[in-house]
Design a protein around this ligand. Structure first.
Ligand code: SF4
Length: 180
């Protein structure tokens, strides 16, 4: 396996389902073929077209792990990172993805002009809903463990087992691969 970059999307997948993260790491990016995801992306890009400003961040984390994030858009002056999602389904995974981006900025020493840390905002334009996300010290410690676990899972020769709750898998682009 080529050297792995741990990305926010992988963190999101890993929180949802370890198998999903493994499949993505091993080159099975089925999401690209998912109509729902394509629609979501289009929605993202039209809703915030005026403010769209992707920000790429790369950091060498502890133990040499390469951490990378592509942040949807950011209000740099106000210190707010935005992540836009089609639906709140998988909300906890969305939160960890955004916390991961906040962590990357912190590791890079990037703060607001007044020295305070960046904050995050999850945007659900379809639901006209937003949610504030911050990063506590405990969550930062959890992220450190999470990326280690992700790295170890990615190195497994075979994928972790399927989720038991198939209902949860209905919206996953890998469903046919896992259950077909
Ligand atoms: S279909 Fe279910 S078990 Fe398979 S990768 Fe998706 S969430 Fe995981």
């Amino acid at each position: 396996m080529p050297e792995l970059s741990i990305t926010g999307t992988l963190v999101n997948y890993f929180v949802l389902c370890r198998r999903k993260a493994w499949l993505a790491v091993h080159g099975l990016w089925m999401e690209q073929e998912s109509e729902a995801v394509a629609l979501g992306r289009l929605l993202d890009e039209t809703t915030y077209a005026d403010e769209l400003q992707h920000v790429n961040v790369e950091v060498e984390g502890h133990e040499g792990l390469r951490l990378a994030g592509r942040i949807d858009w950011a209000e740099l002056r106000d210190g707010v990172l935005h992540e836009t999602k089609r639906s709140p389904s998988g909300l906890e995974a969305h939160r960890w993805q955004l916390r991961f981006y906040l962590w990357l900025l912190k590791l890079r020493g990037v703060t607001r002009p007044d020295g305070r840390p960046f904050e995050g905002q999850l945007n659900f334009p379809r639901q006209r809903r937003t949610e504030a996300v911050t990063l506590t010290a405990d969550e930062e410690a959890r992220l450190r463990t999470l990326v280690q676990e992700l790295h170890q899972t990615a190195a497994l020769p075979t994928p972790p087992p399927r989720l038991e709750n198939r209902r949860f898998c209905k919206k996953c682009a890998y469903e046919e691969l896992c259950f077909g």
